[in-house]
Design a protein around this ligand. Structure first.
Ligand code: H2B
Length: 99
């Protein structure tokens, strides 16, 4: 899978809410904030099952009710459509749950 070109990333990133480019790396990041640990970990569990199904996995860390996520395609050494798809899923699952 090829990294996204400039026009693809401009278009696809415009449709993502709250995601920003990581400095010095072809990757995107977002911090999700939930009501409590239970909501955060429940969301992570849903995302984990979807990620495994997609065979596309996030880099993430959780502290209490916050989850920091970085998405990049390791095999392509950069951002691909798969990252955008996973980002959209994460946003959908978090809709109404995250601040
Ligand atoms: N996840 C991410 N984020 N990038 C990858 O390149 C990737 C992955 N590759 N999950 C998959 C697994 C690959 O290692 C397996 C063999 O399909």
């Amino acid at each position: 899978m090829k990294p996204l070109n400039d026009s693809e990333r401009a278009e696809l990133l415009r449709n993502l809410d709250g995601w920003t480019m990581v400095e010095g790396r072809d990757a995107i990041r977002k911090q999700f904030v939930f009501d409590d640990f239970n909501a955060a970990f429940g969301w992570m569990t849903r995302v984990a099952l979807a990620a495994e199904k997609m065979d596309h996995h996030p880099e993430w860390s959780n502290v209490y009710r916050k989850v920091d996520v970085t998405l990049s395609t390791h095999d392509a050494n950069g951002l691909t459509r798969r990252d955008i798809e996973l980002a959209q899923k994460m946003d959908q699952f978090a809709a109404g749950l995250s601040e």
